[in-house]
Design a protein around this ligand. Structure first.
Ligand SMILES: *Cc1c(COP(=O)(O)O)cnc(C)c1O
Length: 386
């Protein structure tokens, strides 16, 4: 395809603005139209311009699928109605009895989907430490069909060596899935490190403005992409054209947003480090952080998420979360505005009592792109309020 040839060599920022976004051939519009049509005219039975019915394929969806796939350096992209819908589509690749190996810190909804929806249907799972490669090799369950890896993890921001885990899994015939929601393709491209499938909650950094729920899969292998696309259509968890447009629009500025998220996160880490109200700061750039070496090896920068535990237990954590004004107390992450949350009672409440339970004195920040001095001042006053 001419379009693909043209894209070879384009840098990330250029792909974000141009991949899948040629001026509309009918009108010259420089922004892809939001195609609301549910059905498309055929000149003869089976003869059409590439689209038949909007669940199976939609021009606005094609635009965002092309764009994000290019950013992930993958040949295929598939958009979904939510991150969890995308994940569910991936899990449908397994045959009954095949095991899912899940890192022992993961997004609560992923844990719930695997342990409460798929496990009762006959798909065993176990939580493993993906940082201990020797143990992973030695204790590899023979029925493993898929390794599910988040790096950095949610909410502890632990980082794992994607290339090393992918090598071990591939030698043993398992698929490697990387949830790249926290890093985004700007900071890390798992397909280039050996992952089979990249998963996104597009709700977060890809969309970037807290105004759209969406999911995404990036895949390089044609056969695997074909199977995923079959289920995307057959099970039908597709996004609306308007939602596709919002993700496409948001992702155009991903590079510049991520640079500022990272810069602001560093200012917050500087405030927290050594602060008397803080017990421990979790940020992949810190030399003593679990997986710092893996992050340094595979990431361009360390991201906009910062977690920390506080002195004074859960009560103090809850007081700080309620005392910020600029950091809004809310779930979710990855948008222009800064958020604070208490994972134990909010995003990760479903992991209570499991191997994925998080500390009660943990707070998680999604550092936005406001001015760093305002963010630092707000968090400083909240910490002094305890
Ligand atoms: C939010 C999130 C998801 C789920 O995505 P939704 O769009 O909310 O369905 C999956 N993984 C990670 C890391 C997330 O943060």
């Amino acid at each position: 395809m001419g379009e693909e040839e043209q894209q070879v060599g384009w840098a990330f920022e250029t792909l974000a603005i141009h991949a899948g976004q040629e001026p509309d051939p009918a009108t010259g519009a420089v922004v892809p139209p939001i195609s609301l049509a549910t059905t498309f005219a055929q000149s003869e039975v089976g003869v059409h311009q590439g689209y038949e019915y909007s669940r199976s394929g939609n021009p606005t969806r094609t635009a965002v699928e092309t764009q994000i796939a290019a950013l992930e350096q993958a040949r295929h992209g598939l958009a979904f109605a939510s991150g969890l819908a995308a994940e569910d589509n991936v899990l449908r690749l397994l045959r009954q009895g095949q095991r899912i190996l899940l890192g022992n810190d993961a997004y609560g909804g992923t844990f719930r989907l695997i342990s409460k929806v798929w496990s009762p249907l006959g798909f065993p799972w176990s939580a493993v430490d993906l940082g201990d490669l020797d143990s992973l090799r030695d204790n590899w369950p023979d029925d493993t069909g898929m390794v599910w890896l988040e790096t950095p993890t949610n909410p502890l921001l632990t980082c794992f060596d994607i290339e090393a885990v992918a090598t071990i899994a591939r030698e043993r015939g398992a698929l490697v899935v990387v949830d790249n929601t926290f890093a985004t393709p700007y900071l890390q491209q798992p397909i280039t490190l050996g992952a089979d499938i990249v998963v996104h909650s597009a709700t977060k950094y890809l969309g970037g403005h807290s105004d759209v729920v969406g999911g995404f899969l990036a895949v390089d292998d044609d056969e695997l992409a074909g199977r995923l696309r079959f289920t995307q259509n057959a099970a039908g968890a597709v996004p609306s054209p308007f939602d596709c447009y919002l993700v496409l629009r948001g992702a155009k500025t991903l590079g510049v947003r991520m640079d500022r998220h990272c810069e602001n996160a560093r200012a917050i880490v500087d405030l927290l480090t050594g602060h008397e109200a803080v017990e421990r700061v979790l940020y992949p750039q810190l030399p003593d952080h679990p997986g710092h070496a893996a992050a340094a090896k595979q990431m361009r920068d360390y991201g906009g998420m910062v977690s920390f535990t506080v002195q004074g237990g859960e009560a103090a954590a809850r007081r700080i979360a309620a005392a910020t004004t600029l950091f809004t107390l809310a779930e979710s992450l990855g948008a222009v505005e800064s958020l604070i949350e208490h994972p134990g009672a909010m995003t990760h409440a479903s992991a209570a009592g499991s191997p994925l339970e998080v500390p009660a004195n943990l707070l998680r920040l999604s550092v936005g792109i406001e001015h760093s001095s305002d963010l630092v001042a707000d968090l400083a006053q909240a910490l002094s309020a305890v």
